[in-house]
Each structure stands twice: as C-alpha cells, then as structure tokens.
Design a protein around this ligand. Structure first.
Ligand SMILES: NC(=O)c1ccc[n+]([C@@H]2O[C@H](COP(=O)([O-])OP(=O)(O)OC[C@H]3O[C@@H](n4cnc5c(N)ncnc54)[C@H](OP(=O)(O)O)[C@@H]3O)[C@@H](O)[C@H]2O)c1
Length: 276
C-alpha cells in the first residue's frame, strides 16, 4: 500500500529536507508551501531523483487553505500516514518591544497552524487506525531564552499540546512525536539575524547580546538534513519516544537543565549567554 506524507513549510530549511527525505524513503509526499512560486528547487530535485513528491499550496494561517489542501489529498489518496507540522518563524524582540498583534501572529502560525492541521488530519488517521504526527518544536520549547518571548511561548504551548494529544490519540493508533532542534542552519537563522531591537529600546543591550550569542551558535549550526534524518528514524520506530533532540547545542542545554535547580540553571544560562 502506498504511504502518504504531508509536510508544511517545505519551501526551505527543515521542511525542504524532510519532504525530500520522506519521498526518498518511499512515501508519496505532499511538500506543501504557502507560496508555490518557491517550488522549483524541490521539484527539480524530485524530478532528477524520480521521487513521488508533489508540491501543493498550504498556508497554515488559513483554515480555508488547510481544508482545501487536505480534501485534495484525501480525494486523491484516501489516507494520510505522516503529518509533519514544520511551518514556523521566529519573532525576535523583548516583550515590551513587540506588540500584542505580533505575539498573536506568532501563535497563529507556530501554534494554531498546528492545531488546525491536526484537527483536519486526525479524523482520517483515526478512521485508518494509524498515523504519525510529528510536531517540530525546538529546544526553545523547553528552555526559555531572552529576547524571543513570543517564539518561546509558542513552542512551549506546542510542547503541551503534543504531550496532551499523545495520551488522547494513542488508543486510536495515532503516534505523536516532538522534534526539538537546537540551532539549525536555515533561512530562519538568516532572517532572524537581520532583525534588531528598536534603537531607543531599554532592552537594546540584552537584545544585542542574545543576537550575538545566536550568531556565534549559528556558525556551528547543525544542517537541516540532520533534523530530517531524525524524523525518518523516529517514524520508523515501533514505539517512538515523546521527544527527539537534534544538535549538540540542544543536548547540552537540556542536559544542564536536567541536572540543575531552576535557579542554578538560570544562573548557568546567564553565564553562557552574557559572559563575553
Ligand atoms: N532554524 C533553527 O535554528 C530552528 C531551531 C529549532 C526549531 N526550528 C523550527 O523548524 C521549523 C522550520 O524552520 P526552518 O528553520 O526550516 O526555517 P525556514 O527555512 O525559514 O523555513 C520555515 C518554513 O515555514 C514556512 N512558513 C512560515 N509561515 C508559514 C505559513 N503561515 N504557512 C505555511 N508555511 C509557512 C516558510 O515559508 P516561506 O518560505 O513562504 O516563508 C518556510 O517554508 C520552524 O517551526 C522552526 O521554529 C528551527
């Protein structure tokens, strides 16, 4: 039987690599993107490698766009085996420097986009009695860093959602997996680097420190293909773990958090982020 996979945000980075990895692994893959004018690079590779990969339009901010993409997939294939909720972006800025609208927009994509996709696909997986939902969170879904509170809270919310639905859906054969990458070399990192704190902000100093820290980590960033490989391994595991961490930086921070009290960890992170 042909297995069907859907990836959101496949125009670049982790989504691009994951859609290709799934197609190379034998899945008929719907590489979805909100702007299909960015489809050429992935389509060229798929054509060269003779992969079963189809680009379709899907904007996770739009319920209508999601409904139309999923109904097209179901009418063509009548099943969904893997859903990778990957689309997202990072809003840089300390809380006082960003508006409530900015925070809402961040949640609309990073959190409610995932909620909308799951609500459209879970009934299909439940009827089949099988399915895997992969939610691309971040190490920032378990550890808060300064100057990115909107992003951090959207990923913390995604972690809670994923843990809770894992209990609910597993009796129906639906597996939920959280992916927690550290710093990954993608467009997110470069567009994030271009943003800066408002010149008159009282938070300019801390924003700049965080920006410098991320830039430094970016130089040693993990390639997006490593995240894709982790996703492939996880979906082939009989009983997948709740979470998969990708990157030495993420493992290091999470290990330190496990070993320390909240206050000890806060002091450790301050030293890591602001010591130079
Ligand atoms: N890079 C990192 O260091 C890192 C670390 C941890 C977690 N992550 C997570 O990994 C995921 C992928 O990010 P990335 O690093 O691969 O960055 P990326 O290269 O910027 O890719 C982000 C993708 O999401 C898409 N997207 C944004 N808003 C969307 C929307 N409303 N509807 C549909 N697609 C939308 C983008 O489309 P456009 O091309 O149209 O903008 C792009 O395809 C995100 O959830 C991010 O939070 C990244």
């Amino acid at each position: 039987m042909e297995k069907i996979a859907i990836v959101t945000g496949s125009s670049s980075g982790i989504g691009f690599e994951t859609a290709l990895a799934l197609a190379r692994d034998g899945f008929y893959t719907y590489a979805t993107m909100r702007n299909t004018s960015k489809a050429d690079p992935i389509q060229d590779i798929a054509k060269k490698e003779n992969l079963k990969l189809e680009v379709i339009k899907l904007d996770v901010d739009s319920a209508e766009s999601i409904k139309s993409a999923i109904s097209k997939i179901v009418s063509e294939k009548n099943r969904i085996d893997v859903l990778v909720n990957n689309a997202g972006y990072l809003l840089f800025g300390c809380l006082e420097d960003i508006s409530v609208e900015d925070v809402k927009a961040q949640f609309e994509t990073n959190f409610f986009g995932v909620v909308r996709l799951i609500k459209e696909t879970a009934p299909i997986m439940r009827k089949q009695g099988s399915g895997i939902i992969v939610n691309v969170s971040s190490v920032a879904g378990r550890i808060a860093f300064p100057a990115t509170p909107a992003y951090i809270s959207s990923k913390f919310a995604l972690e809670g959602l994923s843990e809770s639905m894992r209990y609910e859906m597993s009796p129906f054969g639906i597996k939920t997996i959280i992916i927690e990458p550290g710093v990954i070399k993608t467009n997110m990192l470069s567009s994030f680097k271009e943003t800066s704190a408002k010149p008159d902000s009282p938070y300019k100093k801390i924003s700049e420190k965080v920006m410098t820290g991320i830039k430094m980590m970016g130089e040693m960033a993990t390639p997006a293909s490593e995240v894709a490989n982790t996703i492939i391994k996880a979906i082939h595991t009989e009983d997948p773990l709740p979470r998969y961490v990708v990157g030495n930086d993420a493992s290091m921070f999470l290990e330190a958090k496990k070993m320390k009290t909240d206050l000890e960890f806060e002091n450790y992170l301050k030293k890591e982020l602001f010591s130079n």
